[in-house]
Unconditional design. Sequence first.
Length: 352
Amino acid sequence: MTLNPPSLLLERNAAQLRGKVLFANPEDSFPTLLSQEADVYAWAQSYTVFSQLGTGLAEAKRHFGASLEGKDWQDFDHLVIYQPKAKELLGYLLAVALPRLKPGAQVWLVGDNKSGVKSTVKKLPSYIVDVTKFEGAKHCLLFNGRLEGSAPEFVFDDWITSWQQEVAGQSFTLCSLPGVFGHGKLDKGTEILLQQLQQHRFMSTVSDARILDFGCGDGIISMWLHQKTGAKLTALDDSALALKATELTFAANGCEESVTCLASNGLQNVKGRFNYVVTNPPFHTGINTDYSIAEQFFAGVKQHLTLNGELFVVANDFLRYAPCIDAALGKHTQLHRGSGFAVYHARQQRPS
């Protein structure tokens, strides 16, 4: 079992975690290790981590979703939160999880020194008291505090950000949640990609085409493609919050039946082939650059494109994606390069 540095720091202090323990935003399978000594529940925002936890935690004690519910998910003695890369996500995680604790429960916050954990700990709610640095090791910090009294009840609607977005000839409502890529704003790379798609000659039967949005975020690419083509979309992401945001976006535009949201670690849960695959792929895991997500995607996308099926990719121009696309599909066209981004296009070729 390979643990990342924050989990290794938690492992050093595992004796402190006894009774009923709730993990929020776990980054690996450490909760399964601790479950041998405590009554552990894990609320994962990553489908990849959620799947890993399945080897050691019962289904009833692990959850993948935007929020928590159920009588078993309450009265916790400890809350363990991994500092997220998106600092606004910490407030959301606390708002969901704190009402599930017993009064006087212990709150643990762990993170890499580069994650900003040292500064965000100063912004914890006032009802988490006696906050102290418990230990620092492996370039990580572990903080401890105590819940004084009870936390306010969680109200999901208070955390939704929505706005009217105009981009590449389309206008629609977007909804987002803390921690979702591009939260509350239009990502520049996505804007450039959609501008290129606006110029593309889609096939005449495009309303019946199968389209996959890989790494859907708040659903902006899916929503734009639906309005442009009239087609139904499959929107895929590893993040529970991204999938929920995409659902909210389509619902806000009155077309919730036009999208299928799919939780998946890469292309693992994808079935069948698509006429179009469009992506602004992630290249981070936590705070670290991680090319493997995109590299695995390129290696597998060939199996999910129809003959002459088309792939569109936008990425930071320093990322060496062109060779990966060529290795998968034979060749590519660079549609755009500028403002720090590149847009690539490739087709599934007929076998020679």
